[in-house]
Write a protein that binds this ligand. Structure first.
Ligand SMILES: C[S@@+](CC[C@H](N)C(=O)[O-])C[C@H]1O[C@@H](n2cnc3c(N)ncnc32)[C@H](O)[C@@H]1O
Length: 273
């Protein structure tokens, strides 16, 4: 009986994900967010013996490098290995290309990017526990060219970077079923504000700046970027800044109703002058 109820619940959530977030990459088997105390029981990443997992092609192998409570979130929240590899290849054009992962979780994309390309990968993550896991992974395996920062995307200077990776960082705010834990505040307005903030920052980047988005509705991508390549049946997209930012980029209340990807910029708590 319990199994039937669980199956029905998952089907319901699955349908919700498919309709509300049509491009969500895989069926997510949603369970209740992890309570605070469960995180305290996280296995520390200390063993050097499983370094081979870093180079695994399969997610169920790579994810074993994480504590069980973090790998359990992988299907829904962390990019698949083959997506990380291709995204990194799209973004790194020269040795040392500086890539920012916007909301890096436990650092899966950064670590795979750094072990498969010559780029430098920085991840910013608002959840302290995921930052700790990512840092332990990087330190334990002495992975070069990875930096993990604890903080909010609004504290990041985008000009430090050449390229950006975006996998649905703000979706949790509008889809409570996707909540990772209760460590951070979530609310629909934050989705709008963070998306607008990222869009505004990307708009101001130099021409030829590269962004890769995976799934999501691409609300962060300004209209001055063009989609140059896709992979994984269109779910992975490489965007390149092709046009100068429109004159209204720094003006408040500039909202183009013609372009559905544009959302109000220069407004909200994080707007820059
Ligand atoms: C869907 S996960 C993607 C993780 C990673 N980028 C990947 O592809 O495997 C989104 C992550 O973004 C983080 N996040 C959401 N909003 C954020 C914000 N405003 N600042 C920093 N991190 C944020 C979440 O905590 C979560 O770990």
């Amino acid at each position: 009986m319990l199994e039937k109820i669980t199956a029905a619940f998952n089907l319901l959530i699955d349908n919700e994900l498919r309709t509300t977030c049509g491009t969500w990459h895989l069926k997510c088997n949603i369970s209740a967010p992890m309570p605070f105390h469960s995180f305290k029981a996280l296995k520390k990443i200390t063993s050097r013996t499983d370094s081979a997992l870093l180079h695994a092609f399969k997610d169920d192998e790579f994810d074993q490098i994480y504590p069980a409570s973090v790998s359990a979130l992988s299907t829904c929240h962390w990019s698949p290995v083959n997506v990380c590899r291709m995204a990194a290849q799209f973004l790194v054009t020269d040795p040392g290309t500086r890539v920012l992962d916007i909301g890096c979780g436990p650092g899966k994309f950064c670590v795979i990017g750094a072990t498969t390309t010559q780029g430098h990968f920085t991840g910013v993550e608002q959840r302290k526990r995921l930052v700790k896991t990512a840092c332990e992974l990087v330190e334990c395996h002495q992975i070069p060219r990875v930096e993990i920062r604890h903080g909010n995307i609004t504290q990041i200077n985008f000009r430090e970077f050449d390229a950006f990776y975006i996998f649905n960082p703000f979706q949790e705010n509008i889809m409570p079923a996707l909540r990772i834990d209760y460590d951070v505040e979530l609310e629909p307005q934050l989705y709008t504000d963070y998306t607008a903030h990222v869009q505004q920052q990307l708009m101001r980047m130099p021409m030829t700046t590269r962004v890769v988005s995976y799934c999501g509705d691409d609300g962060e991508i300004p209209a001055c970027y063009a989609c140059e390549k896709t992979a994984f049946t269109g779910k992975l997209k490489l965007w390149v800044k092709k046009h100068p930012a429109p004159a209204y980029a720094s003006a408040a209340q500039s909202y183009s109703k013609e372009n559905s990807r544009d959302i109000p910029v220069g407004v909200g708590p994080f707007a820059l002058a």
